[in-house]
Design a protein around this ligand. Structure first.
Ligand code: NAD
Length: 363
């Protein structure tokens, strides 16, 4: 098995280092190959997703990704901006299904901005369609408005579109995921206003007829945003389009206390996947050794489970993360009175130690 490791920019290298340490202690038969991506790849090779990186990503069974981006690249032409590397990987590998679990660990209930009773035991899964919708729809651009009240004025426009097979495949992913959980899917749309999302709702309903054992309900995105903070535990699996998913998954992230805790997976039809923390490159704390590496470590666990068929190894990582939280270790983003503040490396070392201790105890 080969894993392409793409640390990227900002805190990317710091957090990926810790995930690599954890993978290495598991002593799996995996080969790790590193490559440049994002702003640092642009600086070195003139492109955020160099040919060699894309080739490696395509050949690998899975990709472990850190983060890309920095304000200093904001003035570059769009095609050279670091974030284009992620879009390029998604497009080239057909990574259409984005899994964003939002789990509130018992030990971190107080780190959430919501009341503890609302988030204690929270375990929801947001499945976001990742390769369609208004983010990729053509045409798009700037022009003189061809009609309307502002005819002739400069305007910008994008195109929201979804084809039936695109909706069908993400709906199947959601129903199948729900079967392994609490058998409930909430499809989020804006069918009351948008034609694209009336179609989305119709197609998801049709697919749902093949999953009589899974309860399906539909919710408008504005209501979903409200319900996520009002009664987050009422959700199980949420499935939605690219743009709504982008927004709702970050909202769900904050329910759990810190974006530094949240892993994500983006899969294609062959189960090849890109695994990355839900957060960005955090330039404000880069190089300080304070970033929380747990989202990346948990992303590595998702990678072992979904793409590398190593569920036992994934369990060992997840259980080690719970152990270090129970020991009271916290990076600054999840620190609270009475717990011990640690840096990125110390947190990674503690996860490695928790895995090693359990291995020794078992044998
Ligand atoms: P961000 O997620 O990088 O940071 C938001 C806030 O969360 C910051 O205060 C940061 O310090 C904090 N934070 C993030 N990760 C953390 C961690 N592991 N531990 C502790 N604190 C953490 O979002 P942003 O500031 O809006 O964006 C910064 C850069 O990242 C931009 O260039 C943006 O385009 C890019 N970005 C990249 C990705 C990606 O690589 N997938 C995703 C989102 C944003």
């Amino acid at each position: 098995m080969k894993i392409a490791v793409l640390p990227g920019d900002g805190i990317g290298t710091e957090i990926v280092d810790e995930a690599v340490k954890v993978l290495e202690v598991l002593d799996l038969k995996v080969e790790l190959e590193f490559a440049d991506v994002g702003g640092m790849a642009y600086d070195k090779h003139g492109h955020p997703l160099p040919e060699a990186t894309l080739k490696l990503a395509k050949e690998a069974d899975a990709i472990l990704f850190g983060a890309v981006g920095d304000w200093k690249y904001d003035k570059l032409e769009r095609q050279f901006r670091p974030e284009q590397a992620i879009l390029g990987l998604r497009r080239n590998l057909g990574l259409f299904a984005n899994f964003r679990p939002a789990i509130c660990y018992e030990q971190l209930t107080h780190a959430s901005s919501l009341k503890p009773e609302l988030v204690a035991g929270l375990d929801i899964l947001i499945i976001r369609e990742l390769t369609g919708d208004i983010y990729f729809g053509q045409p798009r651009g700037r022009r003189a408005a061809p009609d309307g009240a502002f005819q002739g004025a400069e305007e910008a426009f994008d195109t929201m579109r979804y084809a039936r097979p695109e909706i069908e495949r993400i709906a199947h992913v959601a129903f199948q995921a729900a079967r392994k959980r609490n058998r409930k899917v909430t499809s989020v749309d804006k069918a009351n206003v948008l034609e694209t999302f009336q179609f989305w709702k119709d197609v998801v309903t049709e697919v749902g007829q093949q999953y009589a054992d899974v309860k399906l309900d539909h919710m408008y995105v504005d209501n979903a945003a409200m319900q996520l903070v009002k009664s987050p535990k009422s959700f199980d699996v949420v499935v939605t389009g690219n743009m709504f998913g982008d927004i709702l998954s970050d909202e769900a992230a904050m329910l759990t206390g810190s974006i530094g805790m949240l892993p994500s997976a983006s899969l294609n039809a062959a189960n090849q996947g890109l695994y990355e923390p839900s957060h960005g490159s955090a330039p404000d704390i880069a190089g300080k050794g304070v970033a929380n590496p747990l989202a990346t470590i948990l992303s590595a666990a998702m990678m072992l489970r979904f793409s590398l068929n190593q569920p036992a190894a994934a369990d060992r990582i997840e259980s080690a993360v719970k152990d270090v939280l129970s020991q009271g270790l916290r990076t600054a983003d999840i620190w609270s009175e009475g717990t011990r503040k640690v840096g990125t490396r110390e947190m990674g070392d503690a996860v490695v130690a928790a895995i090693t201790t359990k291995t020794i105890t078992k044998s």
